[in-house]
Design a protein around this ligand. Structure first.
Ligand code: FNR
Length: 345
């Protein structure tokens, strides 16, 4: 086994360990600064509520999924198998962590392929970085028979990583992949938030599905700083746009994109707020990882089922029979978020 493979695969284990170490029940994703307004005559029954929506053009039964985290080492392969078992049982989609390691080292493939084996009928999303070309992207899709491919933009994470990339020429790859890949592409951040100016560039490249992945939940600036020997790069700990800010900032581009919201999602109220702000669906990583570690697969299945039930209850409370009706609801912003909305164009 090569030393480089061992180093790469150890990094995957460290990410999981540190994400869980820094996990917080309460997050700073900005969604608490959004207030909903009661509808005291809802005129609806909970059983009428339809939770279905779309994810990159695919119809999905509930508006949330397990977002990219795992794979690349024996331990994260096992995590992938357990996450996929919960996804299969609850019939929600699941994304794997970055498959880059398996493109370089074939011995890592099994830690990703286990996801497709565990959920043969499910919606599986592959994941690679934007430093890869179309051939790599297609190989990642083929490895999993993936239904969709996430491509992550993670410049801030790479900058804090001692061994990270220092060259960020990604546009040509994105354009080539979106045009030529056999499945739809979702471009995502890893928790620093995608800005509206970037969305306008992505639109020109042909990108139509974006996971805004805002600040406030899993924090890769902190995780990568912790992995540095000197722990001397805390500069980016608060860098980026929060989940609430990314959603507000992207509203003017809603006609051109389907948005996934992610970053610090903790409960059904967070999911509802993201949908009201314009997301078509919501990705959840840290909370599901934490639940799996603390409560095993059954605990994760229970949480996913509870989220489904609570979403139905909350939508009925708000008088909404489906997700598109949620978009029409009024809401109140804190002075800080209102100020943000006025400043960021
Ligand atoms: C991640 N995330 C991630 N994203 C990605 O595109 N490729 C990857 O390989 C990983 N790896 C990864 C490992 C672990 C342990 C975690 C917790 C997360 C980022 C993830 O998909 C998401 O964008 C952020 O974590 C923000 O969401 P949460 O965790 O706050 O819900």
């Amino acid at each position: 086994m090569s030393l480089v493979y061992i180093q790469h695969s150890h990094r995957k284990d460290e990410h999981v360990f540190l994400a869980e170490k820094f996990y917080q029940a309460h997050t700073a994703n900005g969604l608490a600064e959004i207030r909903l307004i009661p509808n005291n005559l809802p005129e609806i029954s909970v059983t009428e509520v339809d939770l279905s929506t779309t994810l990159a053009g695919k119809k999905i039964a509930v508006p949330f999924f397990i977002n990219a985290m795992s794979g690349g080492s024996p331990a994260t392969g096992k995590l992938n198998q357990r996450l996929a078992a919960a996804a299969a049982q609850t019939k929600i989609p699941m994304a794997t962590g970055s498959q880059s390691i398996a493109l370089q080292f074939p011995q890592a493939e099994t830690s990703f392929k286990v996801v497709r084996q565990t959920m043969p009928q499910g919606l599986v999303i592959g994941n690679i970085g934007a430093n890869h070309n179309l051939a790599d992207a297609q190989a990642a899709v083929d490895m999993l028979q993936a239904d969709l491919l996430e491509i992550h933009l993670n410049a801030a994470q790479e900058i804090v990583m001692t061994e990270g990339d220092r060259q960020f020429y990604w546009k040509d790859n994105l354009q080539e992949i979106v045009a030529g890949l056999s499945v739809p592409v979702i471009v995502k951040e890893v928790g620093f938030g995608i800005a509206p100016a970037t969305l306008r560039q992505l639109r020109k490249l042909g990108v139509r599905n974006v996971d805004l992945s805002g600040h406030g939940g899993t924090n890769f600036a902190k995780i990568e700083n912790q992995r540095r020997r000197q722990k001397d790069f805390a500069l980016l700990n608060n860098f980026g746009l929060t989940t609430a800010e990314t959603l507000l900032a992207s509203q003017s581009l809603a006609a051109d994109f389907s948005f996934t919201a992610s970053g610090g999602i903790r409960d059904a109220l967070d999911i509802i707020k993201c949908l009201i702000l314009g997301a078509d669906n919501v990705g959840i990583s840290g909370l599901f990882l934490h639940t799996l570690i603390k409560e095993d697969v059954d605990g994760l299945i229970n949480l996913i089922e509870k989220l489904k039930e609570q979403l139905k209850s909350l939508m009925a409370l708000l008088g909404c029979a489906n997700i598109s009706q949620l978009r029409q609801l009024p809401y109140l912003l804190s002075p800080e978020l209102l100020n943000f909305k006025q400043q960021l164009k």
